[in-house]
Design a binder for this molecule. Structure first.
Ligand code: BG6
Ligand code: MG
Length: 220
């Protein structure tokens, strides 16, 4: 039985996935590293340091530890500059109705984002008070695709993982949800997220009815 829904943030509740991409692209350009939107797909859901490692690998570049840390800080500054203009208008349409539907159905709502900026982003979006629990990416040992953050979120809501459903826009995220033993709803095409149990094009296409039936279909 579904008792909770655990949402990813970037690319699921708001378009910060695009801002992460733009910030990485700017960093790569500044440092003369080859990077593009195509390569960025592999970065979705991946934590900050893991993303930079992938970018360096892809560009065939190597840096020392101090430069690596400076690049992480530089990217975060570029990203946070883009966040400055965020307001509740940046919440994807349909999110408020979906949350209200979850509440009405007695479901708890959790957040499991890899982003250290997640608490600030949900505040800017005006939804910080909507969550029963916001998992802390800095407090879990292993990043997505490991299940840690989804397990921490379920535990924080007082639920067992099998009673939770995860919602993700990234492959690493869908893997993390499955590794946690949860049903995974993918925001994006089957081509983009082939492993999801249910695909919807956008969060606005998701209803509490579809969430509840996705579990029944998977169990059948
Ligand atoms: C994930 C995003 O949610 O958070 C990634 O999909 C991002 O693109 C990661 O790199 C880490 O975010 P932050 O804000 O901690 O750099
Ligand atoms: Mg995401």
């Amino acid at each position: 039985t579904v008792k909770g829904v655990i949402f990813d943030l970037d690319g699921v509740l708001t378009d910060t996935a695009e801002d992460h991409y733009q910030a990485w692209q700017m960093l790569a350009d500044r440092h003369g590293m080859a990077f593009d939107r195509e390569t960025n797909h592999q970065l979705k859901g991946v934590d900050r340091a893991g993303s930079l490692r992938l970018i360096l690998d892809h560009a065939g570049a190597e840096v020392d530890a101090a430069t690596f840390d400076a690049m992480l800080a530089e990217k975060n500054d570029l990203y946070r500059a883009r966040l400055a203009g965020y307001s509740p208008a940046n919440l994807f349409s349909g999110v408020r109705d979906l949350f209200a539907g979850c509440r009405a159905a007695g479901l708890k709502i959790g957040l499991a984002s890899a982003s250290r900026n997640a608490p600030d982003v949900v505040r800017l979006l005006g939804i910080a008070d909507e969550f029963d629990f916001v998992a802390d990416a800095g407090a879990v040992p292993n990043a997505k695709p490991a299940p840690d953050i989804f397990l921490a979120c379920a535990a924080g809501m007082g639920l067992s993982p099998e009673d939770c459903i995860g919602v993700e826009d990234a492959r690493a995220g869908v893997s993390a949800i499955h590794a946690a033993g949860m049903v995974a709803i993918g925001i994006g095409s089957e081509e983009a997220l082939p492993d999801a149990d249910l695909n919807v094009p956008a969060i606005g296409d998701l209803s509490v009815g579809r969430i509840l039936s996705s579990e029944r279909e998977t169990a059948a």
